[in-house]
Design a protein around this ligand. Structure first.
Ligand code: EPU
Length: 433
């Protein structure tokens, strides 16, 4: 088992370069299946969720070649399987994008239900609603989702909830369907726009991505392309908060400042200084941090994937802050770990009351999911003494060389390997975010 050991109390200073976006890459890689020619995907983050997506593609028969730092050539023309088995699907939530991509290309797909998850109920009813609207039939049996369609036909899809995954899956399945598909109440996250841009670069006809109505006019063929994934908005936000929590001064490079607007505005309220440039920003703190109220909502609101990190920062600010979670039922599971580090947080349902104490103390803690893990790293960097973080496989799903980037900024963090403890259904816990 790997764990991080952090000696806290060091100011982060210097420059950090943000990697490609996890939540865009895990949709774009399956989307390559839709192409009739090889594609090159660049700025692919080096994280375990990407490794799993690439392995799934290879196991299906695609030729995957690493052609340089963070770039892959993927030839989908030799794919001879339309199945993603349990063993791989359970490791990554985003394996559901293979449903839309395979259905869109071959009119059939067989993918295991994505594994259990630590954020509360994560249904896929809206994904299935979209596939049905396009003319597919589905069966759920033995933990597998089977989709098949005689022919996919454009249709009107109205989502009952704003959902990133189902919006992306609807685009993947509709892109080659006959006629016009209108997706209403669509999610607007930057990775939705990135997937649409990627598909359009292969010859698709998608309009309106980034608004709540997306129109997809089906095309017969999609061709090869070379495309660079957008920078990771959440990784950038995490480094912004790490800089603020250590009262540091960091230049964050390779970002799209527009994607970070809600985070930037909230941090400025808390007392963080931010100067924006074209594709970078400087984040520094030279005064007191003060309380703020935060409510997470779908884009362009404050992202749920930044909630644990900003809550950690608010424990270091003066005054009482209220953090309300508006997307996931169980996003406060990290709070118990932060309490072990001296945080004063009370959770009532979807609301957390944070009494800022201005300080945290190092302690042994455990990451319960990806963003919870990021929050514990921030806490460890700001705390006095030593913090040991277990279950860092969660963090490595979504952050490209987090400890290396932090070390470059002056953090005292190392990854150590310790012998595994006796297992208690350990493998069941290793499900994805
Ligand atoms: N929902 C339904 N039915 C569905 C799908 C979703 O009721 O069929 C509900 C969910 O239960 C949730 C809400 O809709 O309450 C939003 O879920 P969404 O589908 O948007 O989430 P997702 O696609 O499963 C992605 C990210 C998450 C991120 C959310 C929200 C990926 C692989 N995952 O999940 O990322 O929190 O959108 O922005 O893109 C992370 O990166 O740490 C992470 C958890």
């Amino acid at each position: 088992m790997d764990k991080f050991i952090i000696k806290g109390g060091r100011r982060l200073e210097g420059e950090v370069t943000i990697s490609g976006a996890k939540n865009a890459a895990v949709a774009i890689l399956p989307a390559v299946i839709l192409s009739d020619e090889p594609c090159i995907v660049e700025n692919v983050p080096s994280i375990s969720d990407v490794n799993i997506s690439l392995r799934i593609l290879s196991e299906m028969g695609a030729e995957v070649t690493n052609i340089g730092k963070d770039a892959y050539r993927i030839d989908p023309t030799k794919i001879n399987k339309c199945c993603v088995p349990y063993e791989t699907a359970r490791k990554m939530r985003a394996s559901y994008y293979f449903l839309g991509a395979l259905l869109g290309k071959f009119n059939k797909a067989r993918v295991s239900m994505p594994g259990g998850c630590p954020l509360g109920d994560r249904p896929i009813d809206q994904h299935l609603k979209a596939f049905s609207a396009l003319g597919a039939e589905y069966t759920l049996s033995q933990g597998m989702i089977d989709l098949k369609a005689e022919k996919l036909r454009g249709s009107q899809i109205f989502f009952d909830v704003v959902t990133v995954g189902a919006t992306m899956n609807a685009m993947l399945a509709a892109v080659k369907a006959e006629g016009l598909t209108i997706i209403e109440n669509a999610a607007k996250e930057p990775h939705i726009v990135d997937l649409a841009n990627f598909l359009n670069s292969m010859g698709a006809n998608i309009m309106g991505a980034g608004t709540d109505v997306i129109k997809v006019r089906g095309v017969e063929h999609l061709h090869g392309t070379t495309y660079a994934v957008i920078p990771d908005q959440i990784e950038a936000g995490t480094f912004m908060i790490a800089a603020a929590a250590t009262k540091g001064d960091v230049l964050i490079k390779n970002i799209i400042p527009k994607h970070l607007e809600s985070i930037t505005k909230k941090l400025e309220k808390i007392g963080v200084n931010i100067e924006q440039y074209d594709d970078s920003m400087r984040v520094w703190v030279d005064g007191p941090l003060v309380k703020a109220n935060v409510k997470t909502t779908p884009h362009p609101g404050f992202p749920t994937d930044m909630q644990p990190q900003i809550a950690t920062l608010l424990t270091l600010a003066s005054g009482t802050s209220i953090v309300t979670e508006g997307v996931w039922e169980q996003r406060f599971r990290y709070v118990d770990e932060l309490r072990r580090m001296g945080a004063d947080i009370t959770v009532n349902g979807k609301v957390a009351l944070i009494e800022g104490t201005g300080k945290l103390m190092g302690a042994p803690v455990k990451a319960c999911d990806l963003r919870a893990g990021a929050a514990l790293i921030i806490a460890g960097l700001a705390a006095s003494g030593i913090t040991e973080i277990e279950d860092i496989f969660h963090i490595e799903r979504g952050y490209d060389c987090m400890e290396g980037k932090l070390r470059q900024l002056g953090a005292d963090i190392e990854k150590v390997n310790v012998p595994d403890k006796p297992k208690e259904n350990d493998s069941d816990n290793k499900t994805a975010v």
